[in-house]
Design a protein around this ligand. Sequence first.
Ligand code: SF4
Length: 408
Amino acid sequence: MASERQINVGGVLIGGGAPVAVQTMTKTETADLVATMAQIRRVADAGADLVRVAVPRDKDVEALKTIVRDSPIPVIADIHFNYTLALKALDAGAACVRINPGNIGGPEKVALVTQRANELGTPLRVGVNSGSLPAHLRELEFENPVEALVCAAAEWVELMERLSFTNFKVSMKSTSVPNTIASNRLLAERIPYPLHLGVTEAGTKWSGSLKSAVGLGTLLADGIGDTIRISLSTFHAEEEVKVAWEILKALKLRDRGPVLIACPTCGRLQFDMDAVVAEVERRLEAYEDPIEVSVLGCAVNGIGEARHADFGITGAKDMGMIYSRGEPLKKVPTERLVDELFAEIDRYYAAGKTVVRDEAQAADAAAWLEENEDATAMTPERLATMEAQAARLDEEVSPVAGRRFTRA
Ligand code: SF4
């Protein structure tokens, strides 16, 4: 289902099996070079592969020339509906230009843009929004918004092909998560071009992240989508990038930085885990390696489902334990848990990614774990494991084992 075609956006491959690229859009006035470049550097540091800037005026085109030259990542120009700005953005060196063929003045204007893009070898993004469908699809939009969106995208794809232009990706944006999922599934079956995914105007950091995770996550899990943008109502574009990465990491599509595992806490919690998790998350931002770090609210569950974590901590009232890959490392006072955890992580890297174990401390920690563990307690993790096991049909213990119906 992944796109067959691949395009190259300023050195970042999109589609055709390339890793799903993360992009975002600056929220600054593009012509404000200082603010725009500062934001581009921040999103690049956060892991954006591509950045888009709005180019609604000639003075933004002027700024674009400098931005393209100085940006650490390829820059996409968003010209919305003005074809002359598309031509100028191409000449300014944008790595890609986003157009909506439905609102830039007809096929002749589109042809001028594709001709110039062809000459320069620059790809285009063909964008369709549920809010700006062509007039002849408005009735269909009322009856079947998904089909209307897909029809609009398919029509623009046909126009591009008639103009002998195939160096493009397609985006269909809707504010509705079900429509985003359904329309991209349909379009992925119909066209071979890379797809840019996003839930448009998704909302605040909280609700927008969830909507995007559900919509984009569903598609990405099906293998649909070649580049993603999380649209959040925040001036901090790097937050969009962080959410995009969490989605890709959760689906194991790409690795970037550590993975934090934390229990949901319950009535057994014995220390201030909220603050500890937040501090661990903050300090992990300084690491690039995809290690797994786990925080468990109590030791009743032993090391439990966090057994595979590279490093972890679990706490009790005044003491806690640091462990690595299921093995206790040391027992430390609760208030030193985070510092000691990071001391162990740093020791691991200093030793060339080898866990450094002090046997006496490890034995002390193992004894502490034994005292604090209760193998009979019904913890949330144990209940989840039991439910998962019960859901699995085991023919050996099934009441219908050996009673398969067969026709004589
Ligand atoms: S029982 Fe599980 S969920 Fe509850 S605090 Fe302990 S580790 Fe966390």
